[in-house]
Ligand binder design. Structure first.
Ligand code: BDR
Ligand code: CA
Length: 299
């Protein structure tokens, strides 16, 4: 089994990623850590507990950063309404904070662990800064965040990177192998009402809850399940097309603050740094949809 740790600002799509990772018999979810992003930390924690309560309450979770390293928290600004019928499940967090929780798991593991960061990179940056000796215990970081071309929160920045650009900058400079699942590949993570109905038809309580949640979420007939892309990549790299590029985050604070500036120049420039990132560019849409439904059949 591939050991993984998920770091989430649990909203709708993070909840899918957690469920899919837990459902896979090829992944071993060592834990879930939480970070403010989609919502403030209390709402993220509530969503995380709801998610674990209907997937696997025995998976440990730990509480992470309530705000970015240097900036005030920018969130989507509306409170969570995710899976309200689950209330406030009584599952206690691990007594360690997110960073120490991850550090202990990395330290104690015999084999390198894959990190799956799905929110702002605050916890991950602190982990790498506080415990640089543990970098070698990280197999790779398969990140949902960033984009090669344009953003979704500003014209040039994707949400997770925009919220904590300084943290993202540290992570991209860390030297740990990175797979960036940005906005381009996420275009291929679109699901439609047919997928929702197929989840409901599976009939198990987890799939039914997620199917209904998906139906509630449709505003334009389709939804993008951004955060499920890293999970799909880890399970089926053959359905994702990647390219190697040098990526650096703009922390200068101007118009393109939080942009993952990607060096796609076709001709070699002597001043160009070597590629530091495997960038996912596209994915087989149909296979992604099939994988999603297939994994929920395991509940
Ligand atoms: C990312 O931002 C959040 O809204 C989602 O959970 C996802 O991680 C997409 O830009
Ligand atoms: Ca997220």
């Amino acid at each position: 089994k591939i050991p993984v740790l998920l770091d989430c600002d649990t909203g709708f799509d993070d909840a899918f990623a957690i469920a899919m990772a837990i459902a896979s018999d090829r992944l071993e979810v060592k834990g879930v850590t939480t970070v403010a992003g989609n919502y403030t930390l209390p709402d993220v924690l509530l969503n995380t507990k709801r998610t674990l309560s209907i997937t696997d309450p025995s998976v440990p979770y730990a509480v992470g950063a309530a705000q970015p390293l240097l900036r005030p928290l920018y969130t989507h600004g509306h409170p969570t309404h995710m899976m309200e019928e689950l209330g406030d499940p009584d599952i206690a967090p691990d007594p360690r904070g997110a960073v120490e929780f991850m550090a202990d798991i990395l330290r104690e593991s015999d084999e390198p662990i894959t990190l799956i960061p799905l929110g702002p990179l605050t916890n991950i940056a602190v982990l790498l800064a506080a415990h640089p000796e543990l970098k070698e215990k990280i197999k790779e970081m398969v990140i949902m965040g960033g984009s090669v071309y344009s953003g979704n929160t500003t014209p040039s920045a994707e949400f997770n990177i925009y919220v904590d650009p300084e943290a993202a900058h540290m992570v991209f400079k860390s030297g740990v192998p990175i797979v960036m699942c940005g906005l381009e590949v996420c275009e291929d993570a679109r699901v439609n009402p047919d997928h929702a109905h197929r989840l409901i038809e599976l009939g198990n309580p987890t799939a039914v809850a997620y199917g209904n949640e998906l139906l509630r979420g449709f505003t334009v007939g389709e939804s993008i399940i951004f955060d499920a892309v890293p999970v799909a990549y880890i399970l089926h790299p053959e359905i994702v097309k990647t390219e190697r590029y040098y990526v650096e985050v703009d922390i200068t604070g101007g118009l393109s603050a939080g942009c993952t500036v990607t060096d796609t120049r076709a001709f070699h420039h002597d001043d160009a740094p070597a590629p530091n990132t495997t960038v996912a560019m596209s994915m087989d849409r149909e296979k992604f949809g099939e994988l999603l439904v297939e994994l929920f059949a395991n509940y």
